[in-house]
Design a protein around this ligand. Structure first.
Ligand code: SF4
Length: 171
């Protein structure tokens, strides 16, 4: 049976970090590699949840449970007092649950604002004239832009994750 590999330690989450660059052996306050990885994972998840929650909020939708989870989870990484890996595993599982809840909230917000997605043909290629390329996931911003260029010779192009806008009735 292969020997269990030891995780590399690296953390630069706070101003106390070793040499001003990163704790590579152990945290100044004793944090171990496993907890550092779990905290990084949690922060990565929180960034994603926050981004989608922000889009839902732009359309007037919020969720107090998700808000409370984000505050609590951020706090768990900031205080440097809880180094229990089990606590961070529990938060990771809860983050998955909150992520689904947030995506459901955003879907509801999109449907209320723009209607149920329907099959539609996507126009490919470019047209001579001025153009704006839109990327990201913000259908609300795209909606406002489309309204502003209506009746002008400015064409709006999207790609990748913005393509779902082509399935919405208002396009
Ligand atoms: S949180 Fe701890 S391990 Fe991370 S940089 Fe600060 S002192 Fe180092």
């Amino acid at each position: 049976m292969a020997a269990k590999e030891k995780l590399d330690m690296f953390c630069y989450q706070c101003s106390q970090t070793a040499q001003g660059t990163g704790c590579t052996l152990k945290g100044i306050y004793g944090k171990e590699a496993t907890v550092a990885r779990l905290q990084d994972n949690l922060l990565f998840a929180l960034k994603g949840i926050s981004a989608y929650l922000y889009h839902a909020r732009e359309l007037g939708y919020t969720d107090s449970e998700v808000d409370a989870f984000i505050e609590n989870a951020f706090f768990s990484t900031l205080t440097n007092v809880n180094f229990d890996p089990q606590a961070f595993l529990k938060l990771a599982l809860k983050a998955g649950e909150m992520n689904i809840k947030t995506m459901q909230l955003l879907k509801k917000a999109h449907i209320q604002a723009f209607g149920e997605p329907i099959p539609a043909q996507v126009r490919a290629g470019t047209v001579k004239g001025h153009g704006i390329l839109v990327t990201g996931h913000d259908l609300h911003a795209l909606d406002m832009l489309l309204k502003q260029v209506e009746g002008t010779d400015v064409f709006v192009y999207t790609h990748s994750e913005m393509l779902p806008r082509s399935r919405l009735p208002w396009t």
